[in-house]
Design a protein around this ligand. Structure first.
Ligand code: NAD
Length: 479
């Protein structure tokens, strides 16, 4: 019988672990969602002792928590923390872990490292006797670089963990608003009858960042926007918008519906890339923070054909969505930080008001900078002299109706579910692989057509041809 439970974080001193994972664990502790006997062990390369690790975590938690930082909660949380230094490709840290955790159950190993380490870490865990019947392994996106590398990583993980104990994280799925999108669609009768080609004109999904690549240059340069953002976050959002109602909320039921959407994506290959996609790379320019360098001039940068911007038009070839374009756009060094989905409904079939006054209804689902859901509907203004219409935004922020405290970090929900063993908010292997097949074809098309990224000035909305992508069909990007 185990004395304690242990959660092991690999890459515990990295950006993601300090910025998101440890603060999420602190908040879970604050709300009494962590088992009393849970200890948290950080593993990373830097040499430091437990106290130095705890001090690093404290800095980051305090920054994140602001007014929610509480010394009493911190001291309970700090009592759970310890650190194990070592190279994850060597045996040494696993020997130390095996010794330290010999009386512990290990419900979760969280891999917040480069995907190159996923296979080696899983293998070492297994050979060191650290994979028990209850142990799950959580891995961060991106899983691989293309379909083949993702299959290689999965095969390596599956050598050490049963497939249902591998949790693939896409943190967008942990956001309240994303889960609320599922409730909005399937817990209300209002939208579902309209949720198809007859009523919806087009859908836009945007992930706009103001930041550049900065210190992550060498990582980013081997991925680019298509692999770093479109393959995972954006296709996951597209799945939730487009999927059929699942029979229930079991993980397998939802995953099956998402895979059907991914399989229905019309392939975009060499014959289509020039028409359906736009690639861009930022040049130096100005943002809110002042003058910024171009992508190739970032620290550690150099000559590169990697895209920092992608816009594309996708089609889902099934009965529900035939003919409805899904426009996807993501980029770095854009004018605003905004992650949003816009579902634009068709115009009224016959307008009794002046044509120019009619703005189509839009459902707006925003994940960043703040989470919100809003419906834009047309209203008459109260003037006497003329009949005028104006769009009014109906706030559907159901989250706020229930919220009495702070907004949660997406990782809180994901770690909570991972500890419980619920796979609903994680991504199944075939979702990752079907997404890679679609993405690989685009990347191969770019290569075959020698379609290099077009330059855009930092602080603008990308190459002008991305506007043509929507305007060709009479639409414009919603900013
Ligand atoms: P990072 O470079 O900041 O951190 C990497 C961590 O791994 C550090 O703790 C480092 O010490 C450790 N590490 C590296 N090599 C090691 C080795 N040989 N042995 C032991 N430890 C080693 O990276 P990050 O930004 O935290 O990202 C981690 C993973 O999460 C990446 O796969 C990234 O793509 C993914 N991710 C990051 C973010 C983010 O916001 N940073 C968001 C989503 C996904």
């Amino acid at each position: 019988m185990a004395d304690k439970q242990a959660l092991v974080i690999f890459g515990a001193t990295g950006d993601l672990a300090l910025k998101m994972i440890t603060p999420s664990l602190y908040f879970l502790d604050m709300e009494h969602h962590l088992p009393d006997d849970l200890i948290i062990v950080g593993v990373a390369r830097s040499v430091m002792d437990d106290a130095a690790f705890a001090a690093k975590v404290r800095d980051s938690v305090a920054r994140h928590a602001g007014a929610d930082f509480n010394e009493e909660v911190w001291s309970r949380f700090a009592g759970r923390l310890s650190y194990c230094a070592g190279d994850v490709t060597d045996d040494a840290p696993y020997r130390k872990l095996a010794e330290r955790l010999k009386d512990c159950a290990i419900p979760l190993c969280y891999l917040s490292t480069s995907p190159d380490f996923f296979g080696p870490i899983a293998r070492h865990l297994k050979t060191s006797g650290l994979v028990h019947a209850e142990t799950r392994i959580a891995v961060e996106k991106p899983i691989g670089h293309d379909l083949q590398s993702s299959r290689d990583i999965e095969a390596a993980l599956e050598e050490s963990f049963p497939t249902d104990r591998i949790l693939r994280v896409d943190h967008y799925l942990g956001k309240d608003t994303v889960q609320n999108l599922i409730a909005l669609r399937f817990a209300n009768t209002l939208f579902e009858p309209l949720w198809n080609k007859d009523s919806i004109e087009h859908v836009q999904i945007s992930v706009a960042e103001t930041v550049g690549v900065e210190r992550r240059w060498s990582y980013y340069d081997s991925y680019g926007a298509l692999r770093d953002i479109v393959q995972n976050h954006m296709l996951q959002l597209l799945c939730l918008i487009a999927m059929e109602p699942p029979p229930d909320l079991e993980a397998e039921s939802v995953h099956a519906e998402k895979v059907k959407v991914l399989r229905s994506l019309r392939p975009i290959g060499a014959a289509e890339v020039e028409r359906e996609t736009v690639r861009g790379q930022y040049r130096k320019g100005y943002t809110e923070s002042g003058a910024v360098p171009g992508y190739t001039e970032e620290t550690g940068g150099g000559v590169s054909d990697t895209e920092t911007f992608v816009a594309l038009r996708a089609h889902i070839d099934n009965w529900r969505w035939a003919g409805v374009p899904f426009f996807l756009r993501t980029g770095k060094r854009l004018p605003q930080r905004a992650t949003q989905i816009v579902v634009q409904f068709k115009p009224v079939p016959h307008s009794i008001f002046h044509r120019t006054m009619n703005v189509p209804n839009r459902l707006l689902i925003r994940l960043q900078p703040q989470e919100e859901i809003a419906l834009q509907i047309m209203n008459k203004t109260p003037e006497l002299e003329a009949v005028r219409l104006a769009p009014v935004t109906l706030d559907l922020n159901l989250i706020d109706a229930f919220r009495t405290t702070r907004r949660r970090i997406a990782y809180e929900r994901l770690i909570f579910d991972a500890l419980k063993g619920s796979a609903f908010l994680f991504v199944r292997r075939d979702e990752v692989e079907t997404a890679w097949s679609w993405i690989d074809r685009i990347a191969a098309g770019w290569k075959e057509r020698d379609m290099r990224p077009l330059p855009y000035t930092a602080g603008t909305w990308g190459p002008s041809s991305s506007f043509a992508l929507t305007e060709r069909q009479g639409y414009s990007w919603v900013e």
